[in-house]
Design a protein. Structure first.
Length: 364
């Protein structure tokens, strides 16, 4: 009888361990609601957290492997500190990812622009000085990702209310989404609206990525300075596609560290200061496919940095055929009705809609 009890106890413990181990590779979900949540809560749908910063801290404490979703309901999320995701004890993969997303996504039938969680930075800026100890500016990060295999989806991402250029040679800026770290790979930013106003709410740079395998797709960049910058680490197997880039006072894409396999297709750009900035040596060439550029100042530059856009580069560094349409002046018909599903996107059936650029995967 004693042996039988021992056997049943062993079976029970083994079953418990098996279930526990399986739970470590299952999907984990953290809910965040800026309206009713509390950062002391457990992070379920019924008892959500309030801030994205706290969600990041919870993710960073996790131990195990599998997918983790951080789901944000509609509301305004002020970042008083950087939301830094660095889960060193959790293992992600291409199919089991860290996903930071809106509860309702653009292709859902009940989605509207007001469904998008709004991310706005309010934290202090670091102070930057030159070799003479003169202040040259300041910077901060909104969402900082220090892990591979991450998706950011369905968010409205603003910059920070700041006087961007307080003096000559001084630049203060916010980077809303940054991936930074050693040997990182696989960041996807999709169905996000990056919105800025250079006078009231500058959005200096939508996506700053130090990694390989960056994919930015089906996003809208409206009124920002720069859309996407790849820098530092070699950015191989990366792509920008189906993005709508409008009224930017910087450049659409900076390929400072990007390999020649970079894919750029089905993008629509209008009202751009510069389309493309190469690294200062401008060794690589890149292909543009099936895209539209209308209304711009410079096609391609090289060099540059946070305070400038470099100098004119050899236009032959960009390779394209007749499926890339370039129109020097003009604009697009953008929907400004805030009640429309197409708010700050192309009005249906107008110039540019055939490329499928914008927030929706489904374009019918």
């Amino acid at each position: 009888m004693k042996n039988s009890k021992k056997n049943w106890t062993a079976i029970f413990l083994l079953s418990f361990v098996t279930v526990f181990a399986q739970s470590q590779v299952n999907e984990t979900v953290v809910y965040v609601n800026s309206n009713i949540g509390k950062d002391a809560a457990i992070g379920t749908k019924e008892y959500p957290l309030q801030s994205l910063q706290e969600a990041a801290k919870r993710v960073n404490k996790m131990v195990g492997e599998g997918s983790v979703e951080v789901i944000l309901t509609a509301g305004t999320y002020g970042l008083s500190e950087t939301a830094a995701f660095n889960p060193v004890h959790w293992k992600f993969s291409e199919h089991n990812r860290l996903i930071i997303r809106s509860e309702i996504l653009p292709d859902d039938l009940n989605w509207n622009p007001a469904s998008m969680p709004i991310i706005v930075s309010t934290m202090p800026f670091s102070v930057e000085k030159n070799e003479k100890q003169q202040v040259t500016g300041g910077s901060n990060y909104g969402i900082l990702i220090e892990s591979s295999h991450v998706t950011v989806q369905g968010l409205r991402i603003l910059g920070e209310p700041v006087h961007e250029k307080p003096a000559e040679g001084v630049l203060v800026r916010n980077y809303p989404i940054v991936l930074e770290g050693k040997n990182l790979t696989d960041l996807r930013v999709t169905q996000c609206l990056f919105l800025g106003n250079k006078f009231a709410l500058p959005n200096h740079l939508g996506v700053l990525a130090n990694c390989s395998q960056l994919e930015v797709d089906h996003c809208v960049f409206y009124g920002v300075k720069d859309a996407v910058v790849m820098w530092n680490s070699p950015s191989e197997k990366s792509a920008l596609h189906h993005n709508l880039i409008l009224n930017i006072y910087g450049a659409a894409v900076w390929t400072w560290s990007t390999s020649e396999d970079f894919k750029f297709y089905n993008n629509v750009i209008s009202g751009a200061n510069v389309l493309w900035v190469l690294d200062k040596e401008a060794k690589n060439t890149y292909k543009i496919k099936n895209s539209l550029l209308i209304g711009y100042n410079q096609l391609v530059n090289k060099g540059g940095g946070p305070q400038d856009f470099g100098v004119a580069a050899d236009p032959n560094k960009l390779k394209y055929t007749s499926d890339f349409k370039i129109i020097k002046t003009g604009g697009l018909d953008i929907e400004e009705d805030q009640t429309s599903r197409y708010y700050l996107q192309l009005k249906p059936t107008t110039l540019g809609t055939s490329y499928g650029a914008g927030l929706f995967y489904k374009t019918n």
